[in-house]
Design a protein around this ligand. Structure first.
Ligand SMILES: Cc1cc2nc3c(=O)[nH]c(=O)nc-3n(C[C@H](O)[C@H](O)[C@H](O)COP(=O)(O)OP(=O)(O)OC[C@H]3O[C@@H](n4cnc5c(N)ncnc54)[C@H](O)[C@@H]3O)c2cc1C
Ligand code: FES
Ligand code: FES
Length: 487
């Protein structure tokens, strides 16, 4: 019989805080970190703008020990974090940055730089920006303009304009990291280690809710079997919106975000295997040289805060028709591994997606990893995303295209996969059939593009009219030709 722990512990204000939901009726386990913080006089700097990960006003930084035992700092949207996701981590808010030195308050270098650059007007967005800048400061010295912009894509400002904020980032991160967090890191690591040495599954009961947080795959699968109705939560960037936006009560949650067995990346000469719990930012970094087509797509996925939280398992598991990784995974003929307490099975990602937000997963299974074949000689593969703005936006239309062309220049296999064109990610079969056995010429690409018109009956919505979507689908194929015809 498994032993359970009943309370969560994390570090805030350099102290360990423990929450026992069984004896605290004011909050339930799925209370968001944002709402929790806003209930304290001392941590009201964190702001709610959208409550759905889009504005960054609620940004906080979480620190945790990495595989070498050092602290790693990342920015997150606190409106998407459930409280148990803090377990074993340090929560840092804007109130924690300034330090008292010789009886005087000294701003953190990122705060000082924002003051000097005039990076704030009404100030509503400022705590969120400061926290994104702080995470940048802890990770990068002399960051490039691209790195700075990337760190700030998840923060919106309606009045100041971004130039002074970017200037502040460059200035603050130019020197050495000499802040109080570096000086206190040994003490924080000791506190976190004292929490993390206990790896008992958390069974948290509170206000009509059961929240389970296992630390091993074996335990996660056992709980999945015992509670098949429980909502699996990985990064929670989709799941949290059920609560914050749709007001749906979540009676049972199986939070697999701390299962280390799901957080691996490996490669051999043929393929990559990426654990379902690896964050999309880590997937992006891992794929940059190994699978650029996926890295390209993830570079325009949400924001850094979203990618720090969202996982590859979650993007596949949510089976959204506009899930950005899916066209690439299907075009690259990736496979998905599913496990239950008895064993495992594998299928193509294409077969895994069965309908609008529907998959072939069984109620006792968990996605454990994705296997992505590397492009072979003669294969060309590209990904595309069209959205109303470049960053932090959902796709209007997305695509993953792969052609296998033999030495005589004949297309042996074509995979043309579209997102945003149907109720699920879908291949353009007649265009694929048309191209197979032909050469990759402009006229053949144009004819295939024309054929995509009759393949799909897309909907009109806020992101695009149906007719516009058809034009986008056609043009993406022409773009693919233009970018690859010299290969
Ligand atoms: C502001 C914002 C921007 C976004 N931008 C994008 C974007 O640009 N492109 C895009 O595609 N999506 C985007 N999304 C949607 C979302 O971030 C992604 O779908 C994300 O990949 C989900 O991953 P997650 O780990 O957070 O999943 P979760 O929310 O934890 O889970 C999603 C679903 O998958 C299931 N699931 C998760 N892991 C497993 C597993 N291991 N086994 C079985 N089932 C599992 C869960 O039960 C749930 O049904 C955005 C969301 C927000 C809030
Ligand atoms: S409140 Fe807008 S991102 Fe969290
Ligand atoms: S300073 Fe007003 S929203 Fe940014």
């Amino acid at each position: 019989m498994a032993e359970y722990a009943r309370a969560i512990s994390f570090v805030i204000d350099n102290q360990v805080v423990t929450i026992d939901f069984n004896s605290n009726n004011a909050i339930k386990p799925s209370t968001t970190v944002l709402n929790y913080l806003r209930s304290f006089e001392t941590h009201k700097g964190v702001k709610e703008g959208c409550a759905e990960g889009d504005c960054g006003a609620c940004t906080v930084v979480l620190a945790e020990t990495d595989c070498r035992g050092n602290l790693e700092y990342k920015s997150f949207n606190s409106c998407l974090l459930f409280l148990p996701m803090l377990h074993g981590r340090q929560l840092i808010t804007v109130e924690n940055l300034a330090q008292e030195v010789n009886g005087k308050q000294q701003l953190h270098p990122v705060q000082q730089a924002m003051v000097e650059a005039g990076g704030s007007q009404c100030g509503y967005c400022t705590p969120g920006f400061i926290m994104s800048l702080f995470a940048l400061y802890k990770k990068h010295r002399n960051p490039t303009r691209e790195t700075i912009e990337n760190a700030l894509t998840g923060n919106l400002c309606r009045c100041t304009g971004y130039r002074p904020i970017i200037d502040a980032a460059a200035k603050a991160c130019a020197g050495e990291d000499h802040d109080a967090f570096t000086k206190n890191s040994e003490m924080v690591i000791d506190l976190l280690n004292s929490i993390n040495q206990n790896k008992q599954t958390l069974e948290l009961k509170g206000r009509d809710q059961l929240y389970l947080k296992p630390f091993t795959l074996e335990e996660a699968l056992r709980l999945r079997k015992k509670y098949p109705e429980a909502l699996i939560v990985n990064g929670s960037t989709d799941a949290a919106l059920l609560q914050t936006k749709k007001n749906i009560h979540l009676p049972q949650i199986l939070d697999i975000s701390a299962v280390n067995d799901l957080k691996f990346t490996v490669e051999d000469h043929r393929q990559l295997a990426i654990g379902a719990g690896v964050s999309l930012q880590e997937v992006l970094e891992f794929c940059q040289t190994r699978m650029p087509v996926l890295a390209d797509m993830l570079a325009v996925f949400g924001s850094l805060q979203i990618r720090n939280l969202a996982t590859l398992g979650g993007n596949t598991g949510s089976a959204s028709p506009i899930g950005d990784s899916l066209p690439v995974l299907i075009a690259s003929e990736s496979k998905i591994r599913l496990a239950d307490t008895e064993g495992w099975r594998e299928m193509t990602v294409e077969n895994f997606i069965t309908g609008y937000r529907k998959t072939a997963i069984r109620p006792d299974e968990i996605i454990t990893f994705i296997i992505i074949p590397k492009p072979r000689s003669g294969e060309i593969i590209k990904s595309y995303k069209i959205s109303k703005r470049r960053d932090l936006d959902i796709s209007s239309v997305s695509a993953g295209f792969k052609l296998k062309i033999n030495k005589k220049g004949i297309i042996e296999k074509a995979l043309l996969v579209y997102g945003g064109m149907a109720e699920m990610t879908k291949r353009a079969s007649s265009a694929e059939l048309f191209l197979t056995g032909k050469s990759w010429t402009r006229s053949n690409a144009e004819e295939a593009a024309r054929l995509t018109e009759n393949e799909f009956s897309p909907i009109s919505d806020a992101r695009a009219e149906a007719g516009t979507r058809k034009i986008m689908a056609r043009n993406l194929l022409i773009k693919f030709y233009e970018e690859t015809s010299e290969v």
